[in-house]
Design a protein around this ligand. Sequence first.
Ligand code: DOR
Ligand code: ZN
Length: 484
Amino acid sequence: MEPFDLLITGGTIVTHEGVAKADIAISGETIGAIGAPGTLGAAKETLDATGLHIMPGAIDVHVHYRDPGMAHKEDWDTGTAAAAMGGVTTVFEMPNTFPPTATPAALADKFERAKTARVDFGLYGLLAEDNIDQLEGLIAGGAAAFKCFMGNTTGNLPSPSTGAMLEGFEIIARHGHRISLHAETASIMAWRQAKLMEAGKNAPLDHLAARPAIVAIEAVQRAASLAEWTGARVHVLHISSADELRPLREAQARGVDITGETCPCYLMLDTDDYARLGPVIKVNPPVREPHHKAGLWAAILDGTIGLVATDHAPHTPEEKRNPDIWEAGAGFPGVETLMPLMLNAVAEGCLSLEQLVRISAYNPARAFGLAPFKGRIAVGSHADLALFDLAAETTIDQAKLHSLRARITPFHGKRVKGVAMHTLSRGQFVMKNKTLVEASRGHGRSVHRLQSMPAPKPLRVEQSLSHLLGSSRADGTTLADRKA
Ligand code: DOR
Ligand code: ZN
């Protein structure tokens, strides 16, 4: 028998189910064998992982890599270098670039730009008011998921009407792709921001005043209703408040396929940090009052929030430091610090290692159609692995971030326990001994061909617009089939 390509010995494997000391053998791009320490025989190369924990590479379903149009903030090379350095092996990239990823041509252009990716990626297509006729083409062109901006943010994409959303959900539901929602209601925010601006307010906390939690409650409720009606799978991005958990829980209890995500900034920062951080803390949705954090942690532990992601949103330091809060850049780079911050939370007792694997890899893989290839450590799965030293401590230093043009984060100076040592993407080192593997440039691949997303059954097929207008169903079934 051919020897394995790589043997990882002496480490402790962490999956969503448990922790065990075991060796891992890699053949090509996949895991070839897992066995008790010392039992797997020979390999061409060996990595001694004594003292390290081996986790499935994290899957961050929420990053903004800015190319095309804003490459002065980030591009695919720097953005995926940051991912590799942080133990993130798959990213889903957002469509609010210039031009937005709203047409098959824009998607094809982004695939070209993503050729420098160092880790695997999915591309989001946009669901907007004016591109409903492009959605089928985006799916055919390889969009891995969709993004709908119910609220304004970087790029100022207008939020679609509820009518356009309903038709978009109907179309996408036939294919089973997940629709990720920026769930903040634009009209409430525009109204409040205009009043605040009129009154001359422009401090960091005024940004929070323009976006109270009701904007998220209303948006989650409305999106959940549309998902329930159409059978669309949806995902609530960057949950910032404990309040929007109620409509999320209610929809989940009714059987709506709706997942939720939060980000480290909502779990670890609050209004007490605004004075210290100034406009650097600006993010959409905003960091909120202290009590929300406990609600979000509880929702992670009870499974309501199934995913952790970053909303990796690079801006230049000058854009972030603009003292006029309405003009300052919203968001900050996060993909490189996600796992150190979350491992530090494990060290502080906020969640277990298994729970962290569940929300950082296992659940994202299942929600976005990547299981069983990704999100687990199992024979036959991709060898996407992140090795951490959980005893090592480090201080987050923004000057060392690999998002070279956006080295600014509210976590600068934070001491964390848990350091990423090595990252493998489909069997290849993309980070080794805390050093970026330069040759990993271009290794990343689109995940869309892995996706298996059986179309769910819409609940109200007989009233879908395409049915009323007489167009045939994409999957070839008739209404009678559906009712049967
Ligand atoms: O703060 C944010 N920044 N929130 C978003 O939803 C988008 C992001 C960006 O693209 O800058
Ligand atoms: Zn975002």
